[in-house]
Design a protein around this ligand. Structure first.
Ligand SMILES: NC(=O)c1ccc[n+]([C@@H]2O[C@H](COP(=O)([O-])OP(=O)(O)OC[C@H]3O[C@@H](n4cnc5c(N)ncnc54)[C@H](OP(=O)(O)O)[C@@H]3O)[C@@H](O)[C@H]2O)c1
Length: 216
């Protein structure tokens, strides 16, 4: 039997790239994010190093059309092995005075995109009784705080959603596995994109290497 396919969202930087690097040895890859040049570079690196097939899809998962196209691709995939719902971002500012569009975008990405892609993947995986989903949440799922209300709320949804899927799959006796991954502060582009200095976020001793997080 040939390699199964690992689908990774947010594969253009940070944890997504590390997932791709670690999965490339024994999977073919479908890499998804908005920045196609970054995805192309990751795909070129990994096909050269591991001889895997690596397909790139430039998609904004907050865009209904892009999300539908990715979901359809996942639902129809013959050799789907793993879905890593990893794409995400942070936002700053008190909820009531922040840009509503950004708050909504975060819910679209962390909640609706994960909902849609998980549904597409599970319809495929449960029928085949094989495969798995990693939903990237955060320790923020367990601690609500001012200035990150939607982040904490959406990540808590990720954990609850994944726990529910786990119970359903268990009740079916399914071999399909699901995991909510809850990293702490991790060295990626997340905080630069957010526009905050890591040094002001948490002491150095609390920061994790992305390799460690993905191995877990
Ligand atoms: N770093 C941390 O401290 C930390 C801690 C806990 C949890 N997390 C979670 O870990 C996950 C990965 O983040 P990271 O730390 O690796 O940050 P990162 O380096 O900023 O990566 C975020 C990824 O998400 C993609 N993305 C963002 N918006 C998107 C959209 N609308 N459509 C498609 N892709 C989109 C980005 O790609 P494009 O910009 O190319 O679209 C990028 O590949 C996120 O869910 C984050 O919440 C991070």
């Amino acid at each position: 039997m040939g390699k199964t396919l690992a689908v990774i969202t947010g594969a253009s930087s940070g944890l997504g790239v590390v997932f791709a690097r670690k999965l490339a040895a024994d999977h073919d890859l479908l890499l998804i994010a908005r920045r196609k040049d970054r995805l192309d570079a990751v795909a070129a690196e990994l096909t050269a190093r591991y001889g895997c097939a690596a397909e790139v899809v430039a998609a904004d998962l907050t865009d209904a059309k892009d999300l539908s196209a990715v979901a359809d691709r996942i639902a129809a995939e013959q050799k789907l092995g793993l879905l890593v719902n990893n794409a995400g971002f942070g936002a700053r500012g008190l909820f009531w005075e922040s840009d509503y569009a950004v708050q909504e975008q975060m819910h679209q990405l962390h909640v609706m995109a994960m909902l849609r892609l998980s549904h597409a993947a599970l319809g495929n995986m449960v029928t085949q009784n094989a495969g798995g989903i990693v939903n990237v949440a955060s320790v923020a799922a367990f601690v609500q705080r001012e200035g990150a209300v939607s982040y904490g709320a959406t990540k808590r949804w990720v954990v609850s959603f994944t726990e529910g899927l786990y119970l359903e799959l268990k009740s079916l006796g399914s071999a399909v596995r699901v995991q909510a991954l809850c990293p702490g502060f991790t060295y990626t582009e997340f905080h630069a994109t957010l526009g905050v200095d890591r040094q002001n976020v948490a002491p150095r001793s609390l920061w994790l290497q992305p390799d460690f997080v993905v191995d877990e």
